[in-house]
Design a protein around this ligand. Structure first.
Ligand code: BDP
Length: 702
């Protein structure tokens, strides 16, 4: 089924020369071992090779003279082969692999080897990916291992199968039919994750329901964990801090209360007796109304360490989220997580990771990197990206997110001097963290194509690739994904890759140019609502973020304003503080500037802003044009599907432009510059637009 098969649709290799060479490389396969992971490897080869090469592979469990492709751990390799692998093996780690062409007598053999069988699985997927991308398999000597330990999807799935901020249907997890009924989708999901190296999943919403920790649900979780295990994937659960009260019958959830401590210890023991490779807990505490240690006058360290102690005997982790901001704190929301967490650097136990969103507000189309990166050298800091497109047009807009991830990963924190990139913080190479991690909030649901928008698959794929290696190039990732998903034809690849890598800037232009942020309509975060001002908490209102008035627009976060810039290392703070050196894409994030402030290109701020909005619209029009020419390369169905989505995106890009410009014009009191199209309607019309049904929200969110 087009779409369902993701980047693993194993299209027939129609390049004759390569087909021949791949045929030769796969004449006879030797896959050594008996475990469930080895079985998964065999299954994948048996699925892929008949499609790629129209042949049923012969798979032996021993190496023979005629074996052309050998897949075996280093320990299992026959000694005459093993001795060809001395050099690279030291840095391989538990999950790395080697793919190497070797000569034994006159025969060339392709060997996939690793310390572990999971390494072999990753290596096998890489061999298949190389074929799908029409890469030569001869003369290979490829050594690869993940740079980050925990490469994780966070599902925000509720037990009733709705998905918070999920735009691709309902949750994959069918709690009613589990544990007996194992949907083939669970297996295909695990395959897809393993193919890109994702090795951890948290199944449930961070706004957690304690029921998931009851025996009935744990049996179901166990069934999923068992299905994922051959693919190297560990299951985590979100733990509601007040669970000891809700399901444990205790009167308190105070993390220093002995009964509470005992309860979590017993719970951890119970879980591990069912699921020996359980990953641990992901916790959202004292954030947006969720319970947490502060309810008992304790702090994040008390809470996280209490759970960490319960998990430590089983080698489990606590992933404690830093997405906090308080209704009682009048300070700039962008400063609150740093203020709450950084003083605790060095206080968290070794099996605690603190998970930080990429930016200090909340998954905006563009945010400067979060100041916590690099600021807690004695803490395991983990990244949280969003793959689901909460503030990015849901699954209706084509926005290639790896471009956003890359921008953040490459950002220089200067925390240990120049070159202290976020990527180096995350992989531990800058400050020596012992456990490292990167999570992405999943965009997956039970839609036929998993992600709603066919191009949403690229975000899942790209997230996995960057979690494996945060130094990869997002354009190269787009290239890989396009080849495996659609076509190897250069006439398709070149323009569509260009469309993907520019799509992120397009959405920034038509939604939040020049550093604007959080000007989305109430609750659902879809469509413009810069005028919204009546929500109960000030920092839920767009007017709080853009601060537009007759004098200008933007949030002053310099020392004359909230001084949020002081949370960055000095060279970064200095750069952001001066509007002349502040990158223009962050201008209104850090500065409140007059409407006639002069931009770098000589335009006034008002004109420049208006032109950015127009540019975003034009970029989407260009995307439509490009896609229109792609009929020969994709199925009619897929072509139509993306076409319809782009039509919506174009309409909504104009909606954003017109609504925002009309509203800001009430302050700037200036005409739209030449080249910016006149809005079709008046401001009142845009304000009156309602978006009555939006997937993935509960009414309490703003
Ligand atoms: C915000 C979402 C909300 C999430 C929250 C979180 O609007 O639905 O619960 O983040 O990350 O982006 O906890």
């Amino acid at each position: 089924t087009p779409g369902y098969d993701l980047w693993m649709n194993y299209k027939q290799i129609d390049n004759e020369k390569l087909n021949k060479s791949y045929q030769k490389a796969t004449t006879s396969l030797a896959v050594l071992g008996k475990s469930e992971t080895i079985q998964a490897i065999k299954n994948e080869l048996q699925l892929a090779l008949p499609q790629l090469l129209e042949k049923q592979p012969e798979i032996k469990s021993v190496v023979e003279e005629r074996s052309s492709l050998i897949i075996a751990t280093l320990d299992a390799l026959p000694s005459n082969i093993k001795k060809q692998f001395s050099a690279a093996v030291d840095n391989l780690g538990d999950e790395g692999f080697i793919i190497k062409s070797i000569k034994i007598e006159k025969n060339t053999k392709l060997v996939v080897t690793a310390h572990t069988e999971i390494g072999l699985l990753y290596g096998t997927f890489r061999v298949l990916a190389l074929m799908q991308q029409l890469e030569e398999l001869t003369n290979l000597n490829l050594v690869d291992s993940p740079k980050i330990d925990i490469r994780m999807l966070n599902h925000w799935d509720n037990l009733d199968r709705t998905v918070e901020r999920g735009y691709a249907g309902f949750s994959l997890w069918n709690w009613q039919k589990l544990p007996e009924y194992i949907d083939q989708r669970y297996v295909d999901y695990a395959r897809a994750n393993a193919s890109i190296g994702i090795n951890a999943v948290s199944l449930t919403n961070v706004n957690a329901n304690a029921l998931i920790l009851t025996p009935m649900y744990l049996e179901k979780v166990k069934a999923l964990a068992k299905t994922f295990r051959p693919y190297g994937i560990k299951v985590y659960l979100t733990a509601r801090f007040s669970a000891p009260i809700e399901i444990g019958g205790l009167e308190t959830a105070d993390p220093l209360d002995q009964k509470v401590i005992d309860w979590w210890q017993a719970k951890a023991d119970e879980i591990y007796s069912l699921i020996p490779n359980f990953g641990g807990f992901l916790v959202k505490a004292n954030s947006e109304g969720q319970p947490g240690p502060q309810n008992y006058d304790r702090n994040h360290v008390d809470g996280a360490n209490m759970m960490a102690k319960a998990l430590a005997p089983h080698n489990g982790n606590v992933i404690w989220r830093a997405f906090v901001y308080s209704e009682h704190d009048a300070d700039d929301r962008a400063k609150q997580a740093y203020s709450e967490f950084v003083p605790y650097d060095g206080k968290f136990l070794p099996n605690v990771l603190v998970q930080v969103k990429n930016g200090a507000i909340d998954f905006q189309p563009r945010e400067p990197f979060h100041p916590m990166f690099g600021a807690m050298p004695k803490t395991h800091i983990m990244m949280e990206f969003q793959i689901t497109k909460e503030y990015l047009g849901f699954s209706t807009h084509l926005v290639y997110l790896p471009k956003l991830y890359e921008e953040v990963l490459e950002a220089d924190t200067y925390q240990e001097g120049k070159g202290s990139t976020v990527a180096k913080v995350l992989d531990g190479s800058l400050q020596g963290q012992q456990i490292t991690g990167m999570a992405g909030v999943a965009n997956i649901g039970n839609d036929l194509n998993w992600t709603g928008h066919p191009f949403g698959q690229a975000d899942w794929y790209g997230f996995g690739r960057l979690a494996w290696d945060p130094y990869l190039d997002s354009e190269k990732i787009a290239d890989e994904w396009l080849r495996m998903t659609f076509s190897n034809d250069e006439k398709f690849i070149a323009p569509i890759k260009e469309m993907m890598v520019t799509s992120r800037e397009a959405v920034v232009n038509y939604m939040n140019p020049l550093g604007l942020h959080h000007i989305f309509d109430t609750g659902h975060h879809y469509g413009p609502g810069p005028w919204v001002s009546e929500l109960s908490r000030p920092e839920w209102n767009p007017v709080y973020y853009h601060q537009a008035d007759e004098n200008g627009i933007g949030f002053d976060r310099t020392p004359s304003g909230s001084n949020a810039t002081a949370q960055y290392a000095q060279p970064v703070a200095e750069m952001f503080n001066d509007p002349k050196t502040c990158p223009e894409e962050y201008l209104l994030w850090f500065h409140h500037l007059p409407w006639d402030y002069q931009l770098k290109n000589g335009e006034t701020l008002w004109n420049g802003l208006a032109k950015k909005y127009q540019k975003g619209v034009n970029q989407v029009a260009k995307m439509q044009e490009t896609w229109n020419q792609m009929k020969p390369y994709v199925s009619a169905e897929q072509h139509k599907e993306v076409n319809m989505l782009l039509t919506i995106q174009y309409k909504e890009a104009k909606w954003w432009r017109d609504a925002c410009l009309l509203y800001f014009q009430t302050f700037s009191k200036q005409e739209l510059p030449v080249g910016v199209e006149k809005p079709e309607h008046d401001l009142e019309y845009y304000k009156s637009l309602k978006f009555p049904f939006a997937p993935g929200i509960r009414p309490r969110w703003n």
